[in-house]
Design a protein around this ligand. Structure first.
Ligand code: ZN
Length: 223
């Protein structure tokens, strides 16, 4: 399998490419393009949330904890006194970083359900829904950020598969086919839950027409 540094540099490369293309194509402001690049990079390490590789997991949960603090501050700042707000945000950080992370580690299998196209789609949808609802982003930008996570995620899965091919002898290692799969057939129940979760996000998503528009703009750009 590809190591952490390979994953991060490939995803950063993909993210920068995407961001520059969108910025040059007048799709995004420089700030918006930067958010797309960063989310692609984050998507590129996200699948290893299920690994016991502490480097990737620590970075992912640190990022998620900070995102939880930002979302919490945005949602609660009008309802809580500054002191209480500080406590709530601190609680969110500790909750994600030191409670959720070990629980997650306990119950996930490496190269399991998080290394699948279904998980890639789910993470993209969550990003779009969260940006649209919590950060009140324009529908087009919210979709673009979801697509960024999806692209980073796909780069990761592709790299894992490439690295499972033994390049010298063209032999397939046993890990071949465990990263780039539609869903996890060994965990059908969890896969169905993931599918239901994705379907349940529908009412939270930005308008579909904005996604159509983004796709049309994107394909016009490449032509
Ligand atoms: Zn991986």
């Amino acid at each position: 399998m590809a190591d952490f540094r390979t994953h991060l540099s490939a995803a950063v490369g993909g993210g920068v490419l995407l961001a520059v293309a969108g910025w040059r194509g007048d799709l995004w402001t420089p700030g918006e393009a930067l958010s797309v690049a960063m989310l692609t990079a984050f998507g590129g390490i996200l699948p290893d949330i299920d690994s016991d590789h502490s480097h990737a997991v620590r970075l992912i949960f640190n990022t998620l904890a900070m995102l939880a603090v930002v979302a919490g501050a945005l949602l609660l700042h009008s309802r809580l006194e500054p002191g209480a707000l500080l406590m709530a945000c601190g609680g969110l950080y500790i909750g994600v970083r030191y409670v959720l992370s070990p629980i997650f580690k306990r119950f996930s299998v490496h190269r399991g359900i998080w290394h699948s196209l279904l998980a890639a789609a789910l993470c993209g949808l969550i990003t779009s829904a969260a940006g649209y609802r919590f950060l009140a982003l324009e529908p087009g930008l919210a979709w673009a950020q979801g697509v960024a996570v999806l692209v980073g995620f796909l780069i990761h899965l592709l790299l894992d598969e490439l690295y499972s091919v033994d390049l010298t002898g063209a032999r397939l290692k046993r890990s071949f086919g465990t990263a780039l799969k539609p869903f996890d057939y060994r965990e059908p129940v969890n896969s169905v839950l993931m599918l239901l979760l994705a379907a349940g996000l529908t009412p939270w998503l930005p308008t579909w027409s904005a996604l159509d528009e983004l796709v049309a703009q994107g394909s016009a750009f490449w032509r």
